[in-house]
Design a protein around this ligand. Structure first.
Ligand code: AMP
Ligand code: MG
Length: 495
């Protein structure tokens, strides 16, 4: 049997596909990673490695550390940076591009159906590219830990996301508000094409660039549409549906992305570019997780409508491929898709087998109560799993107990209309309401230890967040209310 090291080398160095580079009609820039001083492994993701067909033992190898630190030697890896533009905070920002990310290549992975899928392997933080503008092309350890853990937390929650295979730290000094260490995340994604990738060519009056990109996405992800005359309509429809589903899932789990600029929206509807994200602690629809978002454009409650705003921006950039009537008709499907997903997800959180019209009142009155009583969102739903006529311990979260009792009475009346025992409902709800979400203070605890050279908390959180519905006795400290100091953590775009 080949050693893990050799099989990794074979997989990464000889079986990389370059479907993007090889097409000739797509735009990219060849780039060379800049070395970090004394790179050290912080964490690697054996679960993802297995899914990618990489022997997890190979993650421990020098080859892997070399790969992620951009030290390829003579290997046949020729990284590229992609160009894109975008609307940032609602304003056209012009050209952006991979300023600190480099795609190493596309890894062929055999899916469950036996078909080969390609996954991009990217280094985030590997030094400047032609799109770095005046920035350094680096990522600090703090933000890299956040991206690494949150990608996997979202995947663990069943939400489409880019993934993270490996995280390294280094002795390279990076200058932000403080001096921090430079890190690299090896990000893995089905696609790194953004809404802004299409906007880039549209606003440059390059419809052939828009078409080439759309054809590329179709060829790679939806080859069965390639010969169809309405393939672009199908692509846009798919993006609208996937985006609606993703945002409904964010809302149901209490996730706030923080920077929903069009350059951070994936054409496949995967959660992309983790910056100042946050999970709700106490339920507050006005929650703004990004300290730099002074007007709350990307507040928690605004996410569904920003999703539509962003899809509108994408629609505009597809005007050379589709008529306005076609684009508008598809955009109109966003809201029903969003609502259908959101309602199904919230019904499941409540242990309801279906969402009925009058459940709207039950749900809205609950959300109002959670907000008024500043009840912790994730904890409430987790404890609701064991709620019954005789166990109402979840009541202790409310200051206004009478108001909760009124709601609980309605809820009990609704539950008895279902053919489910309390135990059956509880079992279902425990698979829907996570015990663990990546609250800011948890990431902060892992960051502070890692900055002292202790990576144990990063690795503990990775294990826990990959299976957030399970019991993890060793992480019980993260299953309760956040500590008081959590309120004072401020997260901004500076990373
Ligand atoms: P973000 O807010 O992380 O989505 O980044 C917005 C844009 O700024 C993207 O084009 C990034 O590539 C670029 N960018 C962010 N940080 C850096 C950095 N340290 N060096 C170079 N480019 C960066
Ligand atoms: Mg970005």
């Amino acid at each position: 049997m080949a050693s893990p090291e050799l099989s990794l080398t074979a997989k990464l160095h000889h079986s990389f596909f370059d479907t993007f580079k090889d097409r000739g009609d797509l735009h990219f820039s060849p780039v060379v990673p800049s070395r970090l001083d004394q790179p050290t492994k912080v964490s690697s993701n054996s679960l993802l490695a297995t899914q990618l067909g990489i022997d997890p033992a190979a993650l421990e190898s020098q080859t892997m550390l070399d790969l992620v630190s951009g030290n390829f030697g003579t290997a046949n890896i020729k990284p590229i940076a992609l160009v894109y533009s975008g609307h940032q905070f609602g304003v056209w920002a012009g050209q952006l591009g991979d300023g600190r990310a480099m795609t190493l290549g596309e890894l062929p992975v055999t899916g469950a159906d036996g078909k080969i899928e390609l996954w991009d392997l990217q280094l985030k933080g590997a030094g400047p590219t032609p799109y770095s503008r005046f920035a350094d092309g680096r990522a600090v350890l703090r933000s890299s830990i956040r991206e690494y853990l949150c990608s996997e937390a979202m995947h663990g929650l069943g939400i489409a996301s880019t993934r993270a295979l490996y995280l390294l730290d280094s002795k390279t000094r990076i200058y932000r508000e403080d001096v921090e260490s430079g890190a690299i995340v090896c990000r893995v994604a089905r696609s790194h094409i953004r809404f802004g990738s299409f906007e880039h060519f549209h606003y440059r009056n390059q419809p052939e660039g828009v078409a080439a990109l759309a054809d590329y996405v179709i060829d790679r992800h939806f080859p069965e549409w390639a010969a169809e005359h309405n393939r672009y309509l199908k692509l846009f429809t798919q993006t609208v549906e996937n985006t609606a589903k993703m945002i409904a899932q964010w809302q149901a789990v209490g996730f706030s992305h923080g920077v929903m600029n069009t350059d951070n929206m994936s054409i496949l509807g995967d959660t992309l570019d983790y910056g100042p994200f946050g999970f709700l602690d106490s339920y507050n629809p006005n929650f703004i997780c990004n300290h730099s978002d002074s007007h709350g454009r990307y507040s928690f409650k605004n996410q569904p409508s920003v999703g539509l705003w962003n899809l509108n921006a994408l629609a505009t950039s597809l005007m050379s491929l589709l008529s306005s009537d076609e684009l508008i008709a598809v955009l109109k499907t966003y809201e029903p898709h969003y609502l259908a997903h959101y309602r199904a997800l919230m019904a499941a959180k409540l242990g309801l087998l279906e969402y009925r019209d009058d459940d709207e009142q039950l749900l809205n009155s609950l959300l109002e109560l959670l907000q008024k009583n500043a009840v912790d969102y994730s904890l409430f739903f987790r404890q609701l799993c064991t709620f019954s006529a005789t166990d109402q311990s979840v009541r202790d979260h409310f200051i206004d107990r009478d108001a909760f009792d009124l709601w609980a009475e309605q809820y009990l009346q609704r539950l008895v209309q279902q053919p489910l025992t309390d135990q059956q409902r509880c079992a279902q709800m425990l698979r829907t309401n996570p015990k663990y979400v990546l609250r800011n203070y948890m990431a902060q605890a892992a960051i502070e230890k890692a900055q002292q050279g202790d990576y144990s908390e990063v690795n503990l959180l990775l294990r826990v967040l990959q299976n957030p519905f399970d019991e993890h006795p060793e992480a019980e400290k993260y299953a309760g209310l956040p500590p008081d100091w959590a309120d004072h953590i401020s997260v901004s775009c500076s990373s």
